[in-house]
Design a binder for this molecule. Structure first.
Ligand SMILES: *Cc1c(COP(=O)(O)O)cnc(C)c1O
Length: 321
């Protein structure tokens, strides 16, 4: 396996000087609403608004270590938004160029944030899969490095540092609910749990409107599936090889939640935890609320807070359920 707990520790060292640990604490009203102790890990306070900046920074730190002055001139990747911001942020921090191919469905707020970080955005019609193909071609043409959004070991190592901080600070958690798109975050959570908190359950949560990773994990084979979720951070139409290999024997459970349930969880985070979550950032709480087997003490990860205009408007709207 190209990923390891040692890799996570290396990523944590690389990130320690550049991204401070994010808060993880409880909100009494949220505990009351959930009927159990809920530690909220706040990745929405990252400078890019999402945990993915850890992956980008860990990736480039690893490249600097391996390649030294032989670094490529720039990075090319494809993303609906938060991975895009992560790569743009990491490229800027290291003086590299960045081109991000975004599918036309990517939220405007995420596109503008990428441009504000100095990266060039190219819009590609079609799905994320089409954008990935276009990014690969551009990278090959320019001699820049193509960053695979979910197959880079150091991105998984970087994402895992969320769970290193969380499980070090709260070693007595019974379960952690992790939002899943491709599964790079959940794979990182499994690596850390296995090493430092073996009795903690890692529970994946995905939107029922984009269930490719959930199906691939249950069926033990690569799958493509529908992808109509409103949560852009979870909008993945195909399962990913490396995260699935890590999650296979390690993830304890995997829950599907409806987009409407995710919206309810976003409203609960806003009203009970003073926290702005985008759809993907509330999936983890939605998973806890849908879990019949409620732990006494658990954590949810607000993985991102880059809410677009529709998501902001939805916060004040009544529940659709
Ligand atoms: C990417 C993303 C996820 C899903 O992470 P994966 O590593 O793709 O499973 C969850 N939440 C937010 C905010 C994201 O940007």
């Amino acid at each position: 396996m190209p990923v390891s707990f040692d890799g996570v520790l290396r990523a944590a060292t690389a990130l320690s000087g550049v991204l401070p640990a994010t808060p993880s604490w409880r909100y009494p009203l949220l505990d009351e609403m959930a009927g159990c102790e809920v530690v909220v890990k706040q990745e929405n306070v990252q400078p890019t608004g999402a945990f993915k900046v850890r992956g980008g920074m860990a990736l480039v730190a690893g490249m600097v270590e391996r390649l030294g002055s032989g670094l490529p001139e720039g990075l090319v990747t494809a993303s609906t938004g938060n991975h895009a911001q992560s790569i743009a942020y990491a490229a800027r921090a290291h003086g590299l160029g960045a081109v991000i191919v975004m599918p036309s469905c990517a939220p405007e707020v995420k596109r503008r944030a990428v441009e504000a970080l100095g990266a060039r955005v190219v819009i590609e019609d079609g799905t994320v899969t089409d954008a990935v193909r276009a990014a690969r071609e551009r990278a090959a043409g320019a001699g820049w490095y193509f960053v695979s959004p979910c197959e880079e070991p150091d991105i998984i190592h970087g994402h895992a540092t969320v769970y290193l901080e969380l499980l070090r600070e709260h070693p007595d958690l019974e379960a952690v609910y992790v939002p899943v798109g491709s599964g790079s975050g959940a794979a990182g959570a499994c690596l850390v749990r296995d090493a430092i908190a073996p009795s903690c359950r890692i529970i994946g949560v995905q939107s029922a409107q984009a269930p490719a990773a959930w199906r691939a994990w249950r069926e033990g084979r690569p799958v493509e599936d529908v992808c109509t979720t409103r949560a852009s951070g979870l909008a993945v139409a195909a399962s990913s090889g490396l995260p699935q290999r890590v999650m296979r024997g390690a993830l304890d459970d995997f829950i599907l939640v409806d987009d409407d349930a995710i919206d309810d969880a976003r409203r609960l985070l806003a009203s009970c935890a003073h926290t702005l979550a985008e759809g993907a950032g509330a999936a983890s709480l939605a998973g806890l609320l849908a879990d019949g087997d409620r732990p006494r003490r658990c954590a949810v990860v607000v993985s991102g807070g880059v809410a677009d205009a529709a998501e902001l408007a939805d916060l004040g709207a009544p529940s659709r359920r």
